[in-house]
Design a protein around this ligand. Sequence first.
Ligand code: F6R
Length: 601
Amino acid sequence: MCGIVGYIGNEDARDILLKGLTNLEYRGYDSAGIALLNADGIHVFKEKGRIAVLKKTVDPAVHATLGIGHTRWATHGEPNQRNAHPHQSASGRFTLVHNGVIENYNQLKADYLADVILKSETDTEVVVQLIETFANEGLSTEAALRKTLQLLDGSYAIALLDTEDKDTLYVAKNKSPLLIGIGNGFNVVASDATAMIQQTKRYVELMDEEVVVLKKDSYTIMDLDGSTKIRQPYTVSFDAHDTEKGAYPHYMLKEIDEQPAVMRRLLQEYGGSDGTVTLDPAITRAINDADRIYIIACGTSYHAGLVGRHLLETIAGIPTEVHISSEFSYNMPLLSQKPLFIFISQSGETADSRAVLVKVKKLGYPTLTMTNVEGSTLYREADYRMLLFAGPEIAVASTKAYTAMIAVFSFMAVAAAQKKGVKPSFNLLHELSIAAQGMEQMIDEKALLKEVAREYLSITRNAFYIGRALDYYVCMEAALKLKEVSYIQAEGFAGGELKHGTIALIEDGTPVFAFATQQKVNNNIRSNVEEVAARGAHTCIISMDGVTNHADDRIVLPNVHPALAPLVCAVPLQLIAYYAALQNECDVDKPRNLAKSVTVE
Ligand code: F6R
């Protein structure tokens, strides 16, 4: 959701910025722009729509070694060329890109900018106009920027150019993500490291309410009062190759295929050589000290959390609740005496989850973030952290991060059990490697899954997924995946619940997928399938070999431990959604209206 890039160095900034913005496309956006500053002055290009459109309008004759770029996901003002970033001050001296939301922009407009005619409907323009107002009063650019930031309520990641200083890029951050990338003779700015990974693997984290004065060979970090801070760069664990599609037509397909490899990486990261799980002892202690765990997440991560709860309760015996971040934030339940909060977030930037993190930290409760992005906001701000090691996930629809979350919960649960002296009833490392093989087998079933998508989903406007126990959580994820990428209306139901109302929607030919991997509820879910089939549903049973399968089940998953069945179920549910999206000619990797990193509440 919105992305920022910036470059200062010796190379041509234009192509670097456009490539950076292209790398950020996955975050979701509806307009894009760049500004290039050279000896002739400032050159701004911005357009509604895709970066491909912007590229056509950028004048190839303009060369500069300093510039900023932006992808906008509209919040204030419709997505059009006028509201696209960069925005400029009245005289054109300052040019700025911004992510986040300035909550008091109307008040600031009234208090300071009554004489300024604003050109856009955005909250952002107020920021650049304020900077110019204070610079006109005699402040240096850095001081004018800091003074402006002190007045802002809300979130911001900012990159700023000043036509009167062609050797500096000004940067600021509060709540919205922003990194400084360090190169040899150049520096970059990026919302996340994937944007500029072609330039550098070394990044400096920025904390809230920090400003950076960036030159091509130095960076000075300071707080809003101007006191400087020293911070060393860290090196990210992936490279440019990991963010490329290679021979794949879509990132989503590539990321589905990568899942067995992610499982094996996790086995290396969290598996001990003696067959036990190795976790930071402080994390295991925090888990076992808690009288109740509260898992907080959104969307697909919430669905992984539901499976996580099952693993924590059944393996480690710890009472666990799972909550949707945006609900928990404003409707907190009565908490236990010694809670531990676990935040699950692929991006580590989700604003709804962060709002809860900030609240519970204020209440003094311990927090742990499970994320795929080292250095992300939720990663930095929690007391403890566990990485998903899934590699960059570029497709908006989460696939490999979802299965990585489930696997990490299994490590967490087993480590907590080990520490308590409780012997888990199965050998996790062994069962997880079998699950990875099972995922691989399902990945090899693309022809079957494509055919299932054709047979069940090519002419329908809706579909249902039913399951019981763990399969119910799988169904919720299956429905979300299908609707977000194919735009088919889909719902995931607990098998027994359909007859309490929703079965009224079943008519001749309605597709109903039933996940049936859990032995203890196999008969029950099959009865539910009979109920909908009797009312005309076109049913597709997905069962597990040697445990729940019947001769005529449409898809039979390889046999894995029942607690890890959601890992293997993930592959068909993802591939069915993928092929349904292709059939509907949808933009698989960038579904409409969605953003990868949801940084507004
Ligand atoms: C769906 C999807 C979203 C995210 C949700 C939370 O495929 O990706 O539902 O799971 O927006 O995002 P994170 O995990 O980054 O907090």
